[in-house]
Design a protein around this ligand. Sequence first.
Ligand code: NAP
Ligand code: ZN
Length: 360
Amino acid sequence: MAKSYESEHPVKALGLAATDSSGHLSPFKFSRRATGDDDVQFKVLYCGICHTDILNLKNAFGMTQYPIVPGHEIVGVVTEVGKKVGKVKVGDKVGVGYMVGSCRSCESCQDDLENYCPKSIPTSAAPYHDGTITYGGYSDIMVANEHFIVHIPDNMPLDSAAPLLCAGITTYSPMRYFGLDKPGMHIGVVGLGGLGHVAVKFAKAFGCKVTVISTSLSKKDEALSHLGVDSFLNSKDADEMQGAVGTMDGIVDTVSAHHAVMPLIGLLKAHGKLIMLGAIAKPLELPVFTLLGGRKMISGSVTGGMKETQEMIDFAAKNNIKADIELISADYVNTALERLAKADVKYRFVIDVANTLQQS
Ligand code: NAP
Ligand code: ZN
């Protein structure tokens, strides 16, 4: 007989789980593996809520294994390390992002791009090497192989550092890789949500001029005054969009829903690059002639490798980059998910796991 979630491993854990595609989260008792030689165990303090959590909870990709404990923007304090662990010690602040495993031998893994390993293992709701299902950070305790652990510098506030583990690396990595990180470049950021607002912060730290392209006029004043964006385009206003045609070196598109990309390609200069980050299931319309004139490029990117994730965190610590968060208690999580689906958050919900996650 299969073991229960509570007894398949020796370490007792409490999380928030959904048992079906309604995605409704409730307290869930399960277990974590004992700390192996290469493992780090940590007490979860905070976990960010990414839009991808909604998609996985509702089985949007058809791959969700229930019960699912979501969460891949996880930070906490190390409570135990395996005997081969050298990267961190008990008491250190650490984080885990979208992945907890990969094959470690393919070309991508050799190139520090575990995120492109065909066998990379998501932190939540995926089969792990031992055949059990991974449970994410909406839970009180985590155990992960040290390779997939990021060290969080002491000067970083942990609650607002959590979203960097996904939103941060997902935007930092393509800006670096595609060379959209040069001072004086004009970068567009489409969608001012969790990913979008940290994309703005990294682009500003690189010395770029930043324009936000948004459907929400209500975000305009704060984007200009607080986030320090250089300009704000209302993507529903054709005249405003027309006025910015041919002005941008690159665009980072973080929109979570189906939308038109042709007007965005129009904003690019010759050789401009449009980088798609949103996980949009329905195919987008792509009239290729918009790419031909100006030798423009459209590409995509998914999270980042572990080496680059550490580099991103260290860069953020040095440049005082943190997410703007709404800290919530665990019992607010279902409401938060509903609000996130309506783009009603500035700009990331983070669950105060250690202080608020309770049995009932
Ligand atoms: P989010 O906080 O919900 O932000 C998405 C933003 O998109 C919204 O704030 C809104 O910005 C805009 N938007 C929403 N619905 C729209 C619509 N119908 N038309 C036009 N714009 C719309 O989500 P997130 O956590 O930043 O994630 C963004 C997307 O990236 C999601 O699809 C997520 O699954 C995906 N993702 C991908 C990766 C990766 O590795 N590639 C990693 C994490 C997340 P405005 O109000 O400013 O218009
Ligand atoms: Zn995410």
